[in-house]
Design a binder for this molecule. Structure first.
Ligand code: FE2
Length: 215
Protein backbone atom coordinates (compact mmCIF):
# COMPACT_ATOMS: atom_id res chain seq x y z
CA UNK A 1 0.00 0.00 0.00
CA UNK A 2 1.36 3.39 -1.00
CA UNK A 3 1.18 6.12 1.63
CA UNK A 4 0.70 9.62 0.23
CA UNK A 5 1.23 12.95 1.88
CA UNK A 6 -2.09 14.65 2.75
CA UNK A 7 -0.93 17.80 0.94
CA UNK A 8 -0.30 15.75 -2.22
CA UNK A 9 -3.82 14.31 -1.94
CA UNK A 10 -5.26 17.82 -1.62
CA UNK A 11 -3.40 18.95 -4.75
CA UNK A 12 -4.73 15.98 -6.73
CA UNK A 13 -8.31 16.57 -5.54
CA UNK A 14 -8.06 20.27 -6.40
CA UNK A 15 -6.70 19.38 -9.85
CA UNK A 16 -9.62 17.02 -10.49
CA UNK A 17 -12.08 19.74 -9.48
CA UNK A 18 -10.29 22.27 -11.66
CA UNK A 19 -10.34 19.81 -14.57
CA UNK A 20 -14.11 19.41 -14.26
CA UNK A 21 -14.67 23.18 -13.95
CA UNK A 22 -12.61 24.08 -17.02
CA UNK A 23 -14.14 21.31 -19.15
CA UNK A 24 -17.64 22.31 -18.07
CA UNK A 25 -16.93 25.99 -18.79
CA UNK A 26 -15.98 25.12 -22.39
CA UNK A 27 -19.34 23.43 -22.88
CA UNK A 28 -21.16 26.35 -21.24
CA UNK A 29 -19.62 28.67 -23.83
CA UNK A 30 -20.90 26.43 -26.63
CA UNK A 31 -24.27 25.87 -25.01
CA UNK A 32 -26.13 28.82 -26.65
CA UNK A 33 -25.07 27.63 -30.11
CA UNK A 34 -26.97 25.44 -32.56
CA UNK A 35 -25.06 22.55 -34.20
CA UNK A 36 -25.06 24.54 -37.47
CA UNK A 37 -23.27 27.41 -35.73
CA UNK A 38 -20.54 25.03 -34.59
CA UNK A 39 -19.34 23.83 -38.00
CA UNK A 40 -18.86 27.11 -39.88
CA UNK A 41 -15.42 28.55 -40.65
CA UNK A 42 -15.85 32.03 -42.06
CA UNK A 43 -12.17 32.84 -42.57
CA UNK A 44 -8.96 30.89 -42.37
CA UNK A 45 -7.86 32.48 -39.09
CA UNK A 46 -10.86 31.22 -37.19
CA UNK A 47 -11.87 27.67 -36.38
CA UNK A 48 -15.31 26.11 -36.03
CA UNK A 49 -16.56 25.72 -32.46
CA UNK A 50 -16.74 21.97 -33.08
CA UNK A 51 -13.05 21.92 -33.91
CA UNK A 52 -12.16 23.78 -30.69
CA UNK A 53 -14.28 21.36 -28.64
CA UNK A 54 -12.45 18.42 -30.16
CA UNK A 55 -8.95 19.90 -30.35
CA UNK A 56 -8.67 20.66 -26.61
CA UNK A 57 -9.84 17.10 -25.98
CA UNK A 58 -7.28 15.69 -28.40
CA UNK A 59 -4.61 17.54 -26.39
CA UNK A 60 -5.42 15.53 -23.23
CA UNK A 61 -5.68 12.31 -25.23
CA UNK A 62 -2.37 12.83 -27.00
CA UNK A 63 -0.16 14.26 -24.28
CA UNK A 64 -1.69 12.82 -21.10
CA UNK A 65 -3.79 9.69 -21.63
CA UNK A 66 -1.99 7.87 -24.43
CA UNK A 67 1.48 8.06 -22.84
CA UNK A 68 0.47 7.88 -19.17
CA UNK A 69 -2.74 5.85 -18.67
CA UNK A 70 -2.04 2.15 -19.05
CA UNK A 71 -4.31 0.47 -21.59
CA UNK A 72 -5.80 3.71 -22.94
CA UNK A 73 -7.16 3.41 -26.48
CA UNK A 74 -8.35 6.45 -28.47
CA UNK A 75 -12.06 6.51 -29.21
CA UNK A 76 -11.22 6.97 -32.90
CA UNK A 77 -7.60 6.99 -34.06
CA UNK A 78 -8.52 9.11 -37.11
CA UNK A 79 -9.37 12.05 -34.87
CA UNK A 80 -5.64 12.70 -34.31
CA UNK A 81 -5.28 13.86 -37.91
CA UNK A 82 -8.37 16.08 -37.78
CA UNK A 83 -7.79 17.68 -34.40
CA UNK A 84 -4.05 18.21 -34.23
CA UNK A 85 -3.33 21.89 -34.84
CA UNK A 86 0.36 22.63 -35.37
CA UNK A 87 2.06 20.11 -33.03
CA UNK A 88 4.56 18.76 -35.54
CA UNK A 89 5.86 16.08 -33.20
CA UNK A 90 2.31 14.75 -32.78
CA UNK A 91 2.05 13.80 -36.45
CA UNK A 92 0.39 15.07 -39.63
CA UNK A 93 -2.68 17.27 -39.46
CA UNK A 94 -5.59 18.48 -41.51
CA UNK A 95 -5.26 21.87 -43.24
CA UNK A 96 -6.09 24.70 -40.88
CA UNK A 97 -7.98 26.70 -43.49
CA UNK A 98 -10.19 23.69 -44.34
CA UNK A 99 -11.53 22.89 -40.88
CA UNK A 100 -14.92 24.19 -42.00
CA UNK A 101 -15.08 21.52 -44.71
CA UNK A 102 -15.48 18.78 -42.12
CA UNK A 103 -19.05 17.72 -41.30
CA UNK A 104 -18.06 14.40 -39.65
CA UNK A 105 -17.64 13.65 -36.84
CA UNK A 106 -20.86 15.43 -36.01
CA UNK A 107 -21.15 17.85 -33.11
CA UNK A 108 -22.80 15.18 -30.96
CA UNK A 109 -20.01 12.74 -31.82
CA UNK A 110 -17.49 15.35 -30.68
CA UNK A 111 -19.36 15.63 -27.38
CA UNK A 112 -19.17 11.84 -27.09
CA UNK A 113 -15.41 12.14 -27.71
CA UNK A 114 -15.18 14.69 -24.90
CA UNK A 115 -17.08 12.37 -22.56
CA UNK A 116 -14.80 9.45 -23.46
CA UNK A 117 -11.67 11.45 -22.71
CA UNK A 118 -13.18 12.97 -19.55
CA UNK A 119 -14.02 9.56 -18.10
CA UNK A 120 -10.45 8.36 -18.66
CA UNK A 121 -9.01 11.62 -17.32
CA UNK A 122 -11.05 11.05 -14.18
CA UNK A 123 -9.38 7.65 -13.75
CA UNK A 124 -5.96 9.17 -14.32
CA UNK A 125 -6.57 12.03 -11.88
CA UNK A 126 -7.64 9.57 -9.18
CA UNK A 127 -4.26 7.87 -9.45
CA UNK A 128 -2.48 7.83 -6.09
CA UNK A 129 -0.05 9.39 -5.84
CA UNK A 130 -0.46 11.60 -8.90
CA UNK A 131 3.07 12.16 -10.26
CA UNK A 132 4.28 15.76 -10.44
CA UNK A 133 4.81 15.42 -14.20
CA UNK A 134 1.15 14.55 -14.68
CA UNK A 135 0.06 17.46 -12.51
CA UNK A 136 2.07 19.76 -14.77
CA UNK A 137 0.79 18.20 -17.99
CA UNK A 138 -2.83 18.43 -16.86
CA UNK A 139 -2.32 22.05 -15.81
CA UNK A 140 -0.88 22.85 -19.24
CA UNK A 141 -3.84 21.11 -20.84
CA UNK A 142 -6.28 23.16 -18.76
CA UNK A 143 -4.50 26.42 -19.57
CA UNK A 144 -4.54 25.40 -23.22
CA UNK A 145 -8.28 24.76 -23.03
CA UNK A 146 -8.84 28.14 -21.36
CA UNK A 147 -6.92 29.80 -24.19
CA UNK A 148 -9.25 28.08 -26.63
CA UNK A 149 -12.28 29.24 -24.63
CA UNK A 150 -11.27 32.79 -25.55
CA UNK A 151 -10.81 31.75 -29.18
CA UNK A 152 -14.23 30.11 -29.21
CA UNK A 153 -15.81 33.42 -28.25
CA UNK A 154 -13.88 35.55 -30.74
CA UNK A 155 -14.42 33.01 -33.53
CA UNK A 156 -18.16 32.66 -33.07
CA UNK A 157 -18.43 36.45 -33.03
CA UNK A 158 -16.91 36.48 -36.51
CA UNK A 159 -19.23 33.71 -37.67
CA UNK A 160 -22.24 35.72 -36.52
CA UNK A 161 -20.84 39.02 -37.82
CA UNK A 162 -20.93 37.87 -41.46
CA UNK A 163 -24.48 36.54 -41.21
CA UNK A 164 -27.00 39.05 -42.65
CA UNK A 165 -29.52 37.89 -40.04
CA UNK A 166 -27.19 39.32 -37.36
CA UNK A 167 -27.66 36.51 -34.87
CA UNK A 168 -26.68 37.27 -31.29
CA UNK A 169 -24.58 34.97 -29.14
CA UNK A 170 -26.98 35.82 -26.34
CA UNK A 171 -29.64 38.44 -25.85
CA UNK A 172 -28.53 41.64 -24.20
CA UNK A 173 -29.60 41.62 -20.58
CA UNK A 174 -31.58 44.75 -19.70
CA UNK A 175 -29.53 46.91 -17.37
CA UNK A 176 -31.28 48.14 -14.25
CA UNK A 177 -32.15 51.85 -14.20
CA UNK A 178 -29.64 53.91 -12.25
CA UNK A 179 -29.90 57.23 -10.45
CA UNK A 180 -27.52 59.88 -11.75
CA UNK A 181 -26.67 62.52 -9.12
CA UNK A 182 -26.92 66.18 -10.18
CA UNK A 183 -23.74 67.78 -11.60
CA UNK A 184 -21.98 70.30 -9.33
CA UNK A 185 -18.88 72.47 -9.56
CA UNK A 186 -16.06 71.51 -7.20
CA UNK A 187 -13.77 74.03 -5.53
CA UNK A 188 -10.14 72.88 -5.62
CA UNK A 189 -6.93 74.42 -4.37
CA UNK A 190 -3.83 74.21 -6.56
CA UNK A 191 -0.11 74.83 -6.71
CA UNK A 192 2.73 74.92 -9.23
CA UNK A 193 5.12 71.93 -9.22
CA UNK A 194 8.13 70.92 -11.29
CA UNK A 195 7.62 67.61 -13.01
CA UNK A 196 10.06 65.39 -14.87
CA UNK A 197 13.80 64.84 -14.67
CA UNK A 198 16.19 67.64 -13.79
CA UNK A 199 19.15 65.93 -15.44
CA UNK A 200 20.78 67.99 -18.19
CA UNK A 201 21.69 65.03 -20.42
CA UNK A 202 18.46 63.06 -20.59
CA UNK A 203 15.21 64.62 -21.75
CA UNK A 204 13.82 61.78 -23.83
CA UNK A 205 10.81 60.52 -21.96
CA UNK A 206 10.47 62.91 -19.06
CA UNK A 207 11.14 66.52 -19.98
CA UNK A 208 11.07 68.99 -17.13
CA UNK A 209 7.89 71.02 -16.94
CA UNK A 210 6.20 73.33 -14.55
CA UNK A 211 2.60 72.29 -14.20
CA UNK A 212 -0.35 73.27 -12.12
CA UNK A 213 -1.99 70.52 -10.07
CA UNK A 214 -4.91 70.31 -7.76
CA UNK A 215 -4.05 69.59 -4.16
FE1 FE2 B 1 -4.42 24.57 -29.32
Amino acid sequence: MTMTHPAADAIAVELLHRFRRVRARTEEIAEPLAPEDCVVQTMQDISPTKWHLAHVTWFFETFVLTPHLAGYRPLDERYAFLFNSYYVQAGPRHARDQRGYISRPTVSEVYAYRAWVDSHMQRLLEMEPLPALLQELVTIGLNHEQQHQELMVTDIKHVFSVNPLRPAYHERRPSPPSEVPPINWLTLSWEWIISGMRATTIRYAAPTRVIRVST
